[in-house]
Each structure stands twice: as structure tokens, then as C-alpha cells.
Design a protein around this ligand. Structure first.
Ligand SMILES: NC(=[NH2+])NCCC[C@H](N)C(=O)O
Ligand SMILES: [Mn+2]
Length: 319
């Protein structure tokens, strides 16, 4: 089973500048570690629209939503094309909004298969333009793909043009919701706003806390997360590096205290991808401009290469 690295240097949905440089920071980490990873694997780059950041944002409740829509279409098409060729996309992206494009692309490639998502993150990323506290769309990918606008919890009144783009974003890949909220499992989520808590409670979404990971072990937590999605046909894993503790590195835009260690994140990701239902893995939010000595990228690169290794190893056809 061949993998394809999809690089997406997009950062327009983050509130802090620099996540677009995360991919190049990973490449620098690989060179520093004398690894040939980026030449051993196929890389396909998806052009970004980061120059939109030079323009004033017109959409306070969904910043640069026009550009985010463009990026999600591109990521969705690339993801579904890779899957259609029988390859597995490993997406390396800037801000986390990209994940909505990835998920849409998976569903576009396999419309009749039931999708489960394991979301490893400090945040729930379940906001909509109605509920966002910041307008930053990297806090919205799970609402985009589940179509949960959460209007009953509204704190904003988005304008018509914003809502028009929001509907178009919900239709990227396919006009249907890409998955049910029940088929999401969180790991490490610890910084949410009230409207997100309402969704998590309403749909009884399981969150494996950092304490649980530490108590039960990372490998056991990963197996339990997979068990939760037993009735899904395919699984996508989204790894936001801010799931890890800021003491490791400040190299991410929205760090939150009390996160996972590198070893825990590594064990969780390598265990998860060895499951045969996994069709795609993604890593996001490395921001070297906030870092020292490229520490986050060095750690993230280690997790990336071990995760790819585990994926390939678990797919070796035994005769
Ligand atoms: N992918 C991320 N880093 N998301 C951070 C979101 C933070 C906050 N909940 C917001 O919506 O602004
Ligand atoms: Mn996130």
C-alpha cells in the first residue's frame, strides 16, 4: 500500500501567523536528522492562497471564508484522487481547517462507507460562524463536516455572504454531512467553549482525557478509541500538535497546558494507523515562527516518520 504525502502550506484559518511554514520546518527537521523521508515518499503539494492575508478580512465571524472555501475544494479533490488511485494520503497541513477538506475528500472517494474520525487535539474545533469566539476557522472543521451549525447556542449573527460561503463549505465533496457526531472520538481535548460542550454532551462524544491516557496507557487508549468506532467502515485520524504539552515546545499557534507527551502522542498515532480501517492520517499546526531551535518540528517529524513506518509495516502482505 503506497502512501502519498499531501503538503498544504495554508494558514489563513489560524489567528496567529506562521503555521504555513510548518511543512518547511518539518523538511528542515528531516535534513537536520539526515533523513531521506521526503525523497523516499511521493509528495504532492497543494497550492495555498495565503496571499489573501494581505487583504483586509471582510468576514468577522469566519475570517477569510472565501479563501478557506477555495482551499477545502482543493484539498478535497486531491484527497479523493489519491484514494481513488489506491494510495493512502498522509496530509501535512498548516492550520486545522484543512481537515474538513480531507474528510470531504474521503467521503467523495467512498460515499457509501461509514466514516469514523479520531481527533487528537487540545480543542474540539466544533464552532460555526454562529458560535466562534474568535472568527478563526481552524476552530470549525468538525462543524463543517457534520453540518452542526449549533444555532441554538449562537453568540454571533453572521451576515448573508458569510452564511452563503458556509453553506458552500458544507457541500464540498458531497452535499451530505460527511459523518455523524457519534462517530467522532476525541483524544486530549481540554480547551472548549460552552457551545462546543453542548454538542459534545448532546451526542455523548467520547473524549479520552490526558489523565485517562496517563492512567490507562497510550496504546490501551488508542485501542479503546478504535473500539468506539467498531461499526465504522473506514477511519481518518487528525493529529493537531497542540494536543501535546507546551513544555515540549511553544511551536504552535494555540498552545494549552496539560497536554500529551511526545512519547504518548507517538504511541497513540503509531497504534492507531496499524488498524486496517485507517484510510488517511493528517498532522497540523506546527508553527516554527513561535518556536526555538525548531523543537516542535523535530518532535513532529519523529512522530510522522514512526507513524508512516507503523502504517507500512502493518500493511505488509504476509504470504
Ligand atoms: N485548530 C485549532 N488550533 N483550533 C483552535 C481553536 C480555538 C478556539 N476554540 C477558537 O475557536 O478560536
Ligand atoms: Mn485543532
Amino acid at each position: 500500500m503506497d502512501i502519498k504525502l499531501l503538503t498544504v502550506r495554508s494558514e489563513i484559518a489560524a489567528g496567529t501567523r506562521g503555521a504555513g511554514m510548518g511543512i518547511d520546518a518539518l523538511i528542515v527537521a528531516s535534513l537536520d536528522q539526515k533523513s531521506t523521508f521526503f525523497s523516499d515518499n511521493h509528495v504532492q503539494n497543494i497550492d495555498d492562497v495565503n496571499n489573501i492575508l494581505f487583504k483586509n478580512n471582510q468576514y468577522p465571524n469566519a475570517k477569510h471564508i472565501d479563501g478557506v472555501h477555495t482551499m477545502l475544494e482543493r484539498v478535497s479533490n486531491a484527497t479523493s484522487n489519491v484514494l481513488a488511485k489506491g494510495e493512502t494520503p498522509f496530509v501535512l497541513a498548516g492550520d486545522h481547517s484543512t481537515a474538513a477538506g480531507t474528510i470531504s475528500g474521503i467521503k467523495k472517494a467512498f460515499p457509501n462507507k461509514k466514516l469514523g474520525v479520531i481527533w487528537i487535539d487540545a480543542h474540539a474545533d466544533f464552532h460555526s460562524p454562529f458560535t466562534t469566539p474568535s472568527g478563526n476557522m481552524h476552530g470549525m472543521p468538525l462543524a463543517m463536516v457534520t453540518h452542526l451549525d449549533n444555532q441554538s447556542e449562537a453568540v454571533n449573527q453572521p451576515d448573508e455572504e458569510t452564511l452563503d460561503y458556509w453553506e458552500r463549505i458544507k457541500s464540498v465533496g458531497t452535499s451530505e454531512p460527511k459523518l455523524s457526531p457519534e462517530d467522532i472520538v476525541f483524544i486530549g481535548v481540554r480547551d472548549t467553549e460552552t457551545p462546543e460542550n453542548t454538542i459534545m454532551n448532546k451526542f455523548n462524544i467520547k473524549n479520552f482525557t490526558v489523565d485517562e491516557v496517563r492512567k490507562n496507557g497510550a496504546i490501551e487508549t488508542a485501542s479503546q478509541a478504535l473500539s468506539h468506532l467498531n461499526d465504522c467502515d473506514m477511519i481518518y485520524i487528525s493529529f493537531d500538535v497542540d494536543s501535546m504539552d507546551p513544555s515540549i515546545s511553544k511551536g504552535t499557534g494555540t498552545p494549552v497546558a496539560n497536554g500529551l507527551t511526545v512519547e504518548e502522542a507517538l504511541a497513540i498515532n503509531t497504534t492507531l494507523v496499524s488498524n486496517q480501517k485507517v484510510v488517511c492520517w493528517e498532522m497540523v499546526e506546527v508553527n516554527p515562527t513561535l518556536d526555538q531551535h525548531n523543537t516542535m518540528a523535530n518532535n513532529a517529524f519523529h512522530i510522522l516518520t514512526d507513524t508512516v513506518k507503523s502504517y507500512k509495516h502493518s500493511r505488509i502482505v504476509k504470504v
